[in-house]
Design a protein around this ligand. Structure first.
Ligand code: NI
Ligand code: MN
Length: 238
């Protein structure tokens, strides 16, 4: 499908950088420095206008505070998580909650459900981080994507499909902490996207689910495995 000016770069695990047609840079789940799947060339983030955070686990917010302090992007997250980020010195939080949609820069962001936990490990304290979520992002060229965050499959993915109809979905397939290929295939049947981008696999040995296993279960769908650090422009597989 034609991305119509949206540029997508997977930075490994659940982290994505997206350039909008107007040239704004979005980062989803900023974990680069200690992310073993992030290529060295991407460990230093050069520019961010908008940061979207799905939940407070370290493999999703690992570098959120540092990057937010350096680049001062608008930071979208659930209120409890944004409150914690503010305590750490992060400015420009744009908190929201599930079901809500807000315009952030040149994108429309909808926070949707995810079924996962959300404690924040802060030194030796475990802080309540609200709930885990996913995001549907609509670009001003009409392209819609869904980043599921960490989640199992849940029946209300059918509602995400009916209300928002994202063409591209980023869903976890690694198993153990999130859904694996079998649940991901079921998620695809609920979401009916044009393109599936698997994420949250292979980063650690225990994340054993693979995109190839998912592709076998959904032979009619485009499962596109991105290479970390390689930007997809113009079009994404059929
Ligand atoms: Ni998690
Ligand atoms: Mn995770």
């Amino acid at each position: 499908m034609n991305l119509k000016g949206v540029q997508l770069t997977w930075l490994g695990h659940a982290t994505f950088r997206i350039e909008t047609p107007a040239g704004k840079t979005i980062i989803i789940d900023p974990w680069v420095m200690n992310n073993p799947a992030c290529p060295p060339s991407e460990k230093k983030v050069k520019k961010v206008d908008t940061m979207l955070i799905t939940h407070g686990h370290g493999d999703h917010i690992g570098d959120a505070v540092e990057i937010a302090k350096q680049h001062e992007p608008q930071v979208v997250g659930i209120p409890e998580l944004c409150g914690w980020l503010e305590k750490k010195g992060v400015k420009n939080t744009a908190m929201m909650n599930k079901g809500g949609t807000q315009l952030v820069g040149d994108i429309k962001v909808t926070m949707v459900h995810a079924d996962h936990s959300c404690g924040i490990q802060d030194g030796d304290q475990l802080v309540y981080g609200g709930e885990a979520c996913g995001y549907v992002v609509e670009f001003d060229n009409g392209v819609k994507i869904y980043h599921a965050g960490d989640t199992n499959v849940f029946g209300d993915m059918a509602i995400i499909r009916e209300l928002y109809a994202p063409e591209i979905v980023m869903i976890p397939v690694g198993d153990h902490f999130t859904m694996g290929p079998r649940e991901a295939a079921y998620a695809c049947n609920l979401l009916k996207p044009k393109t599936v981008i698997p994420m949250h696999f292979g980063t650690f040995p225990m994340l054993t689910g693979s995109p190839a296993e998912l592709q076998k279960l959904v032979p009619d769908l485009n499962v596109v495995t991105l290479k970390p650090g390689v930007t997809v422009r113009d079009s994404i597989a059929a």
